[in-house]
Design a protein. Structure first.
Length: 249
């Protein structure tokens, strides 16, 4: 147990509630690396070491769990969670580019590649002509061999008619589009939503069905405004968070 009196200091004369002081102290230990992923935090030991009620300790742990800093396993207790990767929404990067910038090694498993004639919303998103076909690429995205995202990507066949599975497996799809097919990518629209993992998504991401996930739907445009790609990425909720910077003026 690491959340000792030395690690969390309480001021019982403060107007700040005790549970919030405990929460702040534990958060600091997690952020500084004094508490590492997978390490246990006992509610009972927190209560005994800090001289507070079990209810107070439970409130602090609940707040940390709501933030995704810890997780609970039934019958085993509370544990420090793996740090989440921040999904920045202001720069157009592919998964591989993003992971390399973080110092991680990206890789992909192409689960399927097919071409078909879509209907409905996809036709509108990609501004497709009547009976126009798209490639559907389903990939599992990994960082340092850990599953991070389950991705379904749609590309108009006319933009990359000779696309092969081996091309996709070699590296960044965005780099392939720009370097091989000469299409300069400019911007993207994204929609983020909270969801829960389906059985298929969970099986590929090594999580349980019904686990919270972050779903990002992105439409990518070329410099001339032509829609190039529509992709739906399902990120593990325990490894990702999104940050959006807002300015009043």
């Amino acid at each position: 147990m690491t959340a000792t009196k030395a690690g969390v200091r309480l001021n019982k004369n403060s107007f700040t509630p005790l549970y919030h002081q405990i929460e702040q102290g534990l958060r600091k230990q997690i952020e500084q690396g004094d508490l590492v992923p997978g390490q246990a935090i006992s509610e009972r030991e927190l209560s005994e070491n800090l001289g507070v009620s079990r209810m107070t300790a439970r409130q602090a742990l609940r707040a940390l769990r709501d933030e995704g800093l810890i997780y609970t396993e039934r019958g085993r207790g509370n544990f420090v969670a793996e740090p989440k990767m921040n999904v920045h929404t202001r720069q157009l990067l592919g998964f591989s580019e993003d992971m390399r910038r973080r110092g991680l090694t990206p890789s992909s498993r192409v689960l399927s590649l097919r071409r078909f004639r879509p209907e409905g919303g996809v036709v509108e998103r990609l501004d497709l002509a009547d009976k126009e076909e798209v490639f559907e690429i389903i990939r599992l995205r990994l960082a340092d061999r850990v599953p991070m995202a389950y991705e379904t990507c749609l590309l108009p066949v006319k933009l990359c008619p000779d696309l092969k599975k081996s091309d996709i497996e070699r590296g960044s799809l965005y780099q392939l589009i720009e370097d091989v097919y000469g299409i300069r990518l400019s911007q993207a629209d994204e929609v983020l939503e909270a969801s829960v993992a389906t059985k298929t998504e969970a099986g590929n991401l090594s999580i349980k069905p019904g686990t919270p996930v972050l779903v990002v739907q992105r439409t990518v445009y070329a410099e001339d405004g032509t829609p190039i790609e529509f992709v739906r990425s399902v990120y593990r909720g325990d490894r990702y968070q999104a940050t959006i910077q807002l300015k009043r003026r």
